[in-house]
Ligand binder design. Structure first.
Ligand code: GDP
Ligand code: MG
Length: 441
């Protein structure tokens, strides 16, 4: 897949801004990649459309192709969709004993995940956990959880033959309270397909336990089906988060994207194997890379953007050490300051600028001023920017009006440019750029 995409992208080598055609060509391939990763068709379609609108017209970073740039944009947009609110691995387990209800289809990995999470809560968070199996359908299911409990050193509710799931849930609640447990986990029975009986049973258990978390366990290899399962469970039972299992397999993780897009539920954990410690907090970056299978391209684009910024800065520094400092230089500085967290961040990095930073701060300088100053420079002509000495009263009026600001504000900007220019000259003379070079390291 990467190879095919690479081929398409190599053909798109025009520089400048991304044209509609560049984007459309690249996105056709991205759409295929999404579908191959088992993202459901409507989700893939909506996603591609949103990216198309966002990408068209964006500038292409030097030394990478438009296609590569599109991949980076797609990658970032994927992460946006995959990321839920709140911390991925966080569970609401205050107010002991906090019930956690585990639901999902048969074979999705509920029992395994119950034990993995119990171990994690015990080992990492120092919680006392009680596990209870509500699976009365399969004879061996309750023993399975009891055996896992012994392996990981977590208590399980004693098995009482002939009890129904609601009775077991009630007993687990009582036992958890009496035994001073922080958390009790209810591992429910699954079916091969969702049916009314299963849903009714899970709902009855939910009403008894009032779970703080209801975690839907979904097999990450099932792809599109996962979305229907998730929607159904969420409608009927109410789901607070998703655990995707079998992410150690060769599935591409498309289920994660579909599920986020359709249900909006946060994916909290991923299962990465059969062992008891094979569970991790969900990481959007990892899944995004896996869905696209193009981690290299993303890294390349990031590197190119970084390099470009360094080059621009170096060019400006060179001019500055020669004592050249016009409005173009100032504009670039102001823009960088905005990006680097305002005045303080920038000045703090340049020796000798501390005093000036204080002056500027004393004058009530903040980021909105940066933006207004950039607007003023933008309403100057090319000639005026290169040679601010040209600015007489009438030109000043025009420029200030163009930016919708007062002439007094423009005067302050001019003063700042003169002061900075003087300082640059001084610094240039002092160490032939030594100081500035040092500041750049
Ligand atoms: P349940 O029916 O939902 O309770 O599913 P189980 O917990 O019994 O799991 C069914 C099978 O899937 C078992 O053989 C587990 O070892 C396996 N399994 C569960 N989670 C994972 C996982 O993340 N990766 C892999 N490779 N296997 C898993
Ligand atoms: Mg089970």
């Amino acid at each position: 897949l990467s190879e095919r995409l690479g081929g398409v992208f190599d053909r798109l080598t025009k520089q400048g801004a991304l044209s509609e055609e560049d984007v459309a060509t690249a996105l056709r391939e991205v759409r295929v990649a999404l579908l191959e990763a088992d993202v459901s068709l409507p989700v893939a379609r909506d996603f591609v459309k949103a990216v198309q609108e966002k990408a068209t017209g964006q500038a292409v970073t030097k030394s990478i192709t438009p296609g590569q740039q599109v991949v980076k944009i797609v990658h970032d947009a994927l992460i946006d969709v995959l990321k839920g609110e709140g911390e991925p691995g966080a569970l609401k387990i205050d107010n002991p004993p906090a019930p956690i209800l585990m639901v999902g289809l048969q074979g999705s990995g509920k029992t395994t995940t119950t034990a993995k999470l119990a171990k994690r809560l015990t080992d990492r968070d120092g919680k006392r956990v009680l596990m209870a199996s509500l699976d009365v359908n399969r004879p061996a299911a309750m023993e399975q959880l009891a055996i896992l409990g012994m392996q990981i050193g977590v208590d399980t509710l004693p098995i009482v033959k002939g009890e129904d799931p609601v009775a077991i849930a009630k007993r687990a609640k009582t036992q958890a309270g009496l035994g001073g447990y922080d958390v009790y986990m209810l591992d429910t029975a699954g079916r091969l397909h969702i049916d009314e009986e299963l849903i009714a049973q899970a709902a009855a258990v939910r009403d008894v336990a009032n779970p703080r978390e209801t975690l839907l366990v979904v097999d990450g290899l099932t792809g599109q089906d996962a979305v229907n399962v998730a929607t159904e469970f969420d409608d009927k039972i109410g789901v607070s988060g998703v655990v995707l299992t079998r992410m150690d397999g060769d599935g591409r993780g498309g289920a994660a994207l579909s599920m986020r897009a359709v249900t909006g539920k946060p994916i909290k954990f991923v299962g990465l194997g059969e062992k008891m410690d094979a569970i991790e907090t969900f990481e959007p970056e990892r899944i995004a890379g896996r869905i696209l299978g193009m981690g290299d391209i993303v890294a390349l684009v990031e590197k190119a953007q970084e390099t470009l910024e360094i080059e621009q800065t170096e060019r400006m520094m060179k001019r500055m050490t020669k004592g050249q400092f016009n409005m173009n230089d100032l504009k670039m500085q102001l823009e960088q300051m905005l990006k680097m967290g305002g005045m303080e961040g920038m000045m703090g990095m340049m020796p000798g600028m501390g005093k000036m930073a204080k002056q500027v701060e004393a004058a009530g300088f903040d980021d909105s001023i940066l933006k207004r100053q950039i607007a003023l420079i933008q309403s100057m002509t090319k000639k005026e920017r290169a040679n601010p000495a040209l600015l007489q009263a009438s030109r000043k009026k025009r420029i200030a009006a163009g930016a919708g600001l007062e002439v007094s504000e423009l005067n302050k900007l001019l003063k700042m440019q003169r002061q900075m220019g003087d300082m640059m000259k001084k610094m240039g003379r002092m160490g032939k750029g030594g100081m500035l070079k040092q500041a750049m390291k």
